[in-house]
Design a protein around this ligand. Structure first.
Ligand code: SF4
Ligand code: SF4
Length: 498
């Protein structure tokens, strides 16, 4: 057992209101620079929808991630040989149109326009060419358009849905949407790292954050092809690739990443996970129908004496072990089994986990009066009638395993029933007990899930080792002394305090 530590996050999708505050906070701190105008290290998509860049989930187009090769894996579209073949033209790279042409407004025209009969307007001007442009797309162009033919109906996840399932999603009274915030997953098996011919991308030993060394990057852009989440970006001004750095200068000084700190819905949870690095190859190359279960097995119980001993042998500090024991991520992912990785079939072993949205199921339960149904079977019927078919959520979060999504939904619903029982009090106690027993949720667990979901303080949602706080200033000063800059071409200090 090779115990390592990893900083991970959980996103609770029922709580995301799609306000994009996270994206704007990230943009203001990190990508408000020349060459980075089109980049959104944090973006929030509407699902169903095509996302940013358009159809990023379709690996038939972009050839990102890994494919199984016997007991091993190989990169789908990047890597030394495949990369060499496309050295002068890489057909799998997203182009600017797949992202969008960034623009600004000519606000000065509002003040300097000559007097006339019409209102002056601030026209859109391309931040790439400086020309006036007609804006045709943007990073969240399909925002809230959960039923439109141009966006929602082109969602890549529909590949796995039958025609009748697809049609049912677009009946007017069933239409629904949810938001999907995305950043780099700081994967355990990062395709971006493996694809880089210059060895410029690395995973930090102490916390697993994946970074690009700007001095070593030679603009091959293999990482852009290889990342199936399209979370590395090419900066046309510096001629280097760059990506989400999980706000490591903030984390090192005890502050949450900008996206998490600013999150209005408080949907984000950040904590340490211990994992067994010896199992990475086995998990990444297992059969697709086992990949989620096996990935969950890779994360270790931080209270297990054997794990603690092995962690200490690997020089993991006691403060990190304690942080792992109090990790909110561990609770959602391992103790309660209600948070799942996004597109685990890409085989990068992502370290962001999502609590899938229950609200479309609850709408069915409420709408049909199933709350008051006499059997738990009828209640679970609400899950089947959910406005978002289980198959759709399975395509996003469980490599197509519908049953896995249903188990999570039942647990989330059991927590609702438990809370409704103790607050509204209009449900029979025996029926609540039946439903909770079937969902394998005890009263104590239901209370804990409710507490962390709804009432948690910032310190309960953000748990990192205190050692980071103590060492932060030294780390910042020594890096700043040595280089003056992070190497990203911007100052270590965020431009605006959040
Ligand atoms: S999400 Fe993409 S960029 Fe981030 S670590 Fe994984 S493969 Fe690399
Ligand atoms: S700030 Fe939070 S609630 Fe708002 S869009 Fe981002 S993740 Fe969702």
């Amino acid at each position: 057992m090779d115990v390592r530590s990893q900083i991970s996050m959980v996103f609770h999708l029922d709580k995301c209101i799609g306000c994009h505050t996270c994206s704007v906070a990230c943009k203001n701190v990190w990508t408000d620079r020349r060459g980075a105008e089109y980049m959104w290290w944090n973006n929030v998509e509407t699902k169903p929808g095509t996302g940013y860049p358009t159809k990023w989930e379709d690996q038939d187009i972009y050839k990102g991630g890994w494919e199984k090769n016997g007991n091993s894996v190989s990169l789908k579209g990047a890597g030394k040989l495949k990369g060499l073949k496309n050295i002068f033209h890489n057909p799998h790279l997203p182009v600017l149109d797949d992202y969008y042409e960034p623009w600004a407004y000519k606000y000065q025209d509002l003040f300097t326009a000559p007097e006339g009969d019409d209102q002056p307007t601030a026209r859109t001007v391309s931040l790439v060419t400086g020309e006036i442009i007609d804006v045709k797309s943007g990073p969240n162009w399909d925002d809230d358009l959960g039923g439109t033919p141009d966006y929602a109906r082109k969602d890549v996840n529909f590949k796995n849905l039958t025609q009748s399932e697809q049609d049912s999603m677009f009946q007017l009274e069933r239409m629904t949407l949810h938001y999907l915030p995305r950043i780099c997953n700081h994967c355990l098996n990062p395709a971006c790292v493996a694809a880089c011919p210059s060895g410029a991308i690395y995973k930090r030993g102490e916390d697993g954050i994946v970074l690009i060394n700007q001095d070593r990057c030679r603009a091959w852009r293999m990482c852009v092809t290889a990342c199936p989440y399209k979370k590395t970006y090419y900066n046309w001004n510096t001629g280097k690739s760059e990506k989400c750095i999980l706000c490591y200068p903030r984390i090192e000084s005890g502050q949450a990443p900008a996206c998490m700190h600013s999150c209005v819905g408080r949907i984000r949870y950040l904590g340490v996970m211990l994992y067994d690095a010896d199992k990475i190859q086995e998990v990444a190359s297992c059969d697709e129908n086992q990949i989620v279960t096996k990935q969950m097995d890779i994360y270790l119980d931080p209270t297990n004496p054997n794990v603690i001993e092995q962690a200490r042998a690997n020089a993991i500090a006691d403060s990190t072990i304690v942080a792992a024991q109090n990790s909110p991520v561990y609770k959602f992912v391992k103790e309660w089994d209600i948070a799942l990785p996004l597109h685990p079939e890409f085989r990068t072993l992502p370290n962001l986990f999502y609590v899938p949205p229950l609200l479309p199921s609850m709408a069915a339960v409420d709408g049909e009066g199933l709350y008051n149904s006499t059997t738990t079977e009828k209640l679970w019927d609400g899950i089947e009638k959910a406005r978002l078919p289980m198959n759709y959520l399975a395509s996003l979060f469980s490599a197509g395993d519908e049953e896995m999504i249903k188990v999570v939904m039942k647990k989330l619903m059991a927590v609702r029933l438990h809370r409704r029982g103790s607050t509204v009090g209009d449900l029979e106690k025996a029926r609540i007990a039946d439903a909770m027993a079937e969902a394998k949720v005890s009263e104590e667990m239901a209370e804990k899930i409710y507490q962390l979901t709804s009432l948690a303080s910032f310190d309960e949602r953000f748990v990192i080792p205190p050692a980071h706080k103590e060492e932060a200033i030294e780390m910042l000063e020594s890096t700043a002394d040595a280089k003056g800059e992070t190497g990203f071409g911007f100052s270590l200090k965020p431009k605006r305090g959040l």
